[in-house]
Design a protein around this ligand. Structure first.
Ligand SMILES: Cc1cc2nc3c(=O)[nH]c(=O)nc-3n(C[C@H](O)[C@H](O)[C@H](O)COP(=O)(O)OP(=O)(O)OC[C@H]3O[C@@H](n4cnc5c(N)ncnc54)[C@H](O)[C@@H]3O)c2cc1C
Length: 425
């Protein structure tokens, strides 16, 4: 007797995906587009997607392949090819290039990091003969004509094979697709308060409202909040935050800066061309970030209220403006916030089954460099589920690792929000 269609297709495990941020939406997209997809339930704490808690809830994110580590440079290149070609992604990708350098005042760590960035791309085929050395204000203005600050002693390069994604817009567009996919059930506004276990098997999750969701496999994509639901991750991940501020531009100002490359003075911070819809200029100071360690658990987790700049950060934003766009340096800063990511000690992602449990996968440790990987992340989760174990050693759970220290490619020193005086804006 011929097998029925149900008998021919092996039964796929059902999946509970917790967190519809960058990693969660990419995972939902990949897993639901398989020939015989699992039934997926996708929960997020926020009633609106993208969630204001998501690190991707932001006007823009840089897409570049500069990495100290060739492994990630290769991945970034693969992701860039998808950003440019995928009909769902490409409308949100702006390949305006990347102007990366140091101001005259930069310290040795920032200069070393810049050299490593350049080395990581210059020998690769897409950049051969295309990188332009940029020294001093006049040279900066040749690649970014709208910048009228002094930039004396500014030193760096222009990389034309890079750009940015309109992040919030992209996540919103993907959400619209994901919620219409057969086999995917979306549940925004469901904040998970604990995972449920039967013995060592994770069988589901319970939400703040008391709803209980069960599945064969639970995949945690809650970003920097992972320590709240999975305390056993310990100090492998530290929630760290960075400041984001905006300046409202006039139509004339916005058109003057239209099309400029993403401009990053490594020791000061970075900004993007103005948002075409709102004419907001996004400005982010660089630095080693702010943690929020909780005494009782010894784990750093995001705060509930993030609409402020920590002490000293307003001045850091204005310093970037004085160097590049002095006419804007005294303007009011609007839509100020801190944005959280999940930092690991070695900036490696954690994409693995949780040891000592069954049916529980953690996808976190983005370390502030994973938005650009959106086109690929879900494929990595699929590979893990198919293989049943993580074959890529660098992405494994690392028992006992501690993300408390400084990170090689970041300038400055980490501060804890409980020690920094806050400035409400
Ligand atoms: C200031 C800043 C600038 C950055 N710039 C760049 C850049 O230029 N280029 C780049 O590639 N990357 C950048 N990143 C990093 C990038 O944004 C992150 O790597 C990426 O967004 C992480 O995705 P995630 O899915 O792990 O977390 P998130 O996108 O934060 O998603 C987590 C989701 O989980 C949900 N959630 C949390 N707790 C719960 C719960 N209990 N129950 C249900 N849902 C929950 C949240 O609502 C959220 O939607 C930046 C990060 C920051 C902070």
């Amino acid at each position: 007797m011929a097998p029925s269609p149900q008998q021919q297709q092996p039964q796929q495990p059902s999946i509970l995906l917790i967190g519809a941020g960058t990693f969660g939406l990419s995972t939902a997209l990949h897993l639901s587009s398989l020939p015989s997809p699992s039934h997926i339930t996708l929960l997020d704490a926020s009633p609106t997607i993208p969630s204001p808690l998501s690190a991707g809830h932001d006007l823009t994110k840089i897409v570049r392949a500069e990495y100290e580590d060739a492994f990630y440079a290769d991945l970034a290149l693969a992701a860039m090819a998808r950003w440019a070609a995928d009909p769902l992604l490409a409308p949100h990708y702006r390949p305006v290039g990347y102007l990366l350098g140091n101001s005259a005042a930069a310290g040795a760590k920032s200069r070393r990091s810049l050299e490593r960035s350049l080395r990581s791309i210059e020998a690769r085929a897409p950049w051969q003969g295309r990188i332009v050395a940029v020294e001093g204000g006049d040279a900066v203005r040749r690649v970014a004509p709208g910048l009228d600050g002094p930039m004396d002693g500014w030193s760096g390069y222009f990389n034309p094979v890079a750009g940015y994604v309109r992040a919030k817009e992209l996540l919103g567009a993907v959400w619209e697709v994901v919620k219409g996919l057969p086999g995917v059930e979306v549940k925004p506004g469901e904040k998970v308060v604990r995972l449920e276990y039967e013995g060592d098997r994770c069988v589901g999750a319970v939400t703040e409202a008391g709803a209980r969701y069960v599945a064969d496999v639970v995949v945690l994509t809650v970003g920097a909040s992972v320590g709240r639901l999975l305390p056993s991750i310990g100090r492998q991940v530290a929630a760290r935050s960075w400041s984001v501020a905006h300046v409202q531009l006039t139509e004339e100002e916005a058109s003057r800066l239209k099309g400029i490359p993403v401009t990053y003075s490594r020791d000061l911070g970075y900004f993007f061309e103005p948002d075409p819809d709102t004419r907001l200029l996004k400005v982010c100071p660089s630095g080693a970030g702010f943690t929020n360690y909780v005494k009782e658990t010894g784990i750093s987790v995001p705060r509930e209220d993030n609409d402020f700049l920590p002490a000293g950060q307003e001045e850091a934003v204005r310093k970037i403006l004085r160097e590049h766009l002095p006419g804007l340096a005294d303007r009011p800063l609007v839509d100020c916030k801190i944005c959280w990511c999940a930092d690991t000690a070695d900036s490696e992602y954690i994409i693995d089954f949780v040891p000592g449990t069954k049916g529980l996968v953690v996808v976190s440790g983005d370390s502030g460099h994973a938005f650009k990987m959106f086109p690929l992340v879900g494929g990595w989760v699929k590979d893990l589920l198919d293989a049943g174990e993580q074959s890529i050693a660098r992405w494994r759970w690392k028992e006992g690792a501690s993300a408390g220290g400084e990170v090689s490619w970041r300038v400055g020193t980490t501060r804890d929000l409980n020690e920094a005086t806050e400035l409400a804006t």
